[in-house]
Design a protein around this ligand. Structure first.
Ligand code: NI
Length: 218
């Protein structure tokens, strides 16, 4: 006897891959709520937000974990070896770093509220670049070794010492938290030249996207 569509639905078997809902909820509650990681747009020179001073993180919670994961994915995709939250528009004192080479296993570092506690007198030089100043590289001189303190991904206070490339990357990323960019370490002439170049490029791009909008509207 026909009992209406509701009964019919109950008679159908569940979809093949569906785990028993109860078990799924108990074992993996995060899997249901979490969205997959996302690539975040990276701000570039001369975006004024890059000059903002970032604020300390008060609580390392799920929202911060989400931002850390998205920043890490964005950095790997770019690709880059370091990324500060302000570069993706969040004025929070958060940095992700991974200086592992392509043939090495990934070794992400999550720095929350990082602070440099000591720098060496000895200096080192690296040719630096920045995801917010794309395709521009210049040599920058900085202390060769640094000691720094930070909260890790679990909110645990850590202290570490770095030399070589890592020392440079840590200093470069911490500059971002103060609204700094590596071009601030260059001569005024070089800095003004690169700012001018990026400002002009941004203006041209804004103009061409305005034209595209007009075309679509027409
Ligand atoms: Ni940078």
């Amino acid at each position: 006897m026909w009992r209406g569509p509701r009964t019919l639905i109950w008679l159908l078997p569940p979809p093949f891959d569906a785990p028993p809902l109860r078990a799924y909820l108990m074992e993996k509650p995060l899997r249901i709520r979490r969205n997959p990681m996302a690539l975040l747009p990276i701000l570039t020179l001369p975006d004024p937000r890059l000059r903002e001073i970032s604020k300390a993180v008060e609580k390392v919670d799920g929202e911060i974990h989400r931002l850390l994961d998205d920043m890490l994915e964005t950095m790997y995709d770019a690709p880059g070896v370091g990324l500060a939250a302000i570069q993706v528009g969040h004025a929070k004192r958060i940095v992700v770093i991974d200086i592992a080479k392509d043939d090495q296993p990934k070794a992400p570092l999550f720095l929350i509220n990082p602070e440099i506690t000591w720098v060496s007198e000895e200096l080192g030089v690296y040719r630096e670049g920045c995801l917010s100043v794309p395709e521009y590289f210049e040599e920058v001189q900085r202390p060769a070794r640094v000691r720094f303190r930070h909260l890790d991904r679990d909110g645990v206070l850590r202290e570490a010492e770095a030399d070589g490339l890592l020392a440079t990357v840590v200093q470069h990323e911490l500059d971002h938290l103060e609204g700094g960019l590596f071009i601030d370490h260059l001569s005024r002439l070089k800095r003004e030249r690169v700012v001018k170049k990026f400002t002009k490029a941004a203006r041209l791009e804004a103009r061409s996207s305005e034209r595209e909008t007009e075309d679509v509207d027409a």
